[in-house]
Design a protein around this ligand. Sequence first.
Ligand code: SOE
Length: 392
Amino acid sequence: MKRIGMGLVGPGFIAPHHIDAVRRLGDVDVVAIAGSSQASAEKKAREYKVERAYGDYQALIADPDVHVIHNTTPNYLHLAVNLAALKAGKHVISDKPLAMNSVEAKQLRDAAVASGVGHVVTFNYRGNPLVQQARGMIARGEAGRLSFVHGCYLQDYLTRPEAYTWRLDPAKAGPSNVLGDIGSHWCDLAEHVSGMKIVSVLAELTTVVPTRYAAEVSAEAFSKQAGGERRAVAITSEDLATVLLRFENGAKGCFSVGQVLPGHKNDLQLELNGAGCSLKWKQEEQNELWIGRHDQANSVMMKDPGLVSEDVRGYVHLPGGHQEGWADAFTNLIRDAYTWIAAGGRADAKPAMLPTFEDGYRSACVIDAILQSHAAGGAWKDVQYAAATPRD
Ligand code: SOE
């Protein structure tokens, strides 16, 4: 069996989950890690039991034993690292958001489409089997015509003013914090599950905590804040956003995202209301799908290979009642990515669930429209999106 070599650039919070997922596939070797210095790369390589360490991502990309690049760097490095990997003919699996804004994201989408290799963005919540169950029910018309798509993505890891990460620094994250970080997940999931594009938005952004006190060493999301000296930092990006949506079929929607909301840990919720039924999925109760009905009792579908539809069964790995979690859904996305890569990344071989640089660009266009709506004092803004030129 031909083995595939993986290399990871940017060993931060999400990196061990990429490595864990890849190692679960059985035919992929984690060949190398590249960090911001040789010393930091070697430290992480020892920690994750990876053989090779590079202090320069270009050297990792040039390694002939590395066929797939996982890019888990901060947002400001996504353009350079993803472009370099594509130009070297390597398949790319990039953390979200794809880039700092829709201009960079379009450049990456266009380069990826022209490259002929696999290109994936880790909108990992698509990997949940009951998300795919809901998507299939809607695609088969079982929910009827959709009129309303709504939800939220709420966290509390930035509640305290002492909490600070690079995601609050526009030079490293881009102009948005919470929308680019987790609003991108929600918007991608809403479009993916509903099968409809968001065409117009009306938004209000808020910076609930306008001054933060950052430790000298920037912490990763959810990590225990470092001790020691702190410096006051004026925050310009949002930590809370409320958004109204219009979809292409005339359906309406709304969502809220925030990271200063005590008690909400990773509380992504998506509900879709159709003429036939309502469907609601909550990430923190990810083994259940609520089905709301008008003319009969509501029900809750449990994650169970015997209950989900045929096309979803491959995303379920344990019997009903054996709970599957965040890492299992993440691995489902990584498994589909390597299925596509094993098929050479050909456009016609991509698994339907798998989010690509096209989806990363779509999400960036929606986020940019949201930022423009707020900047205009709260005016409806259309999502500006340019379709790809098909590869000849
Ligand atoms: C922090 O908000 C974070 O780690 C996001 O960056 C991830 O994309 C999300 O899955 C969990 O929360």
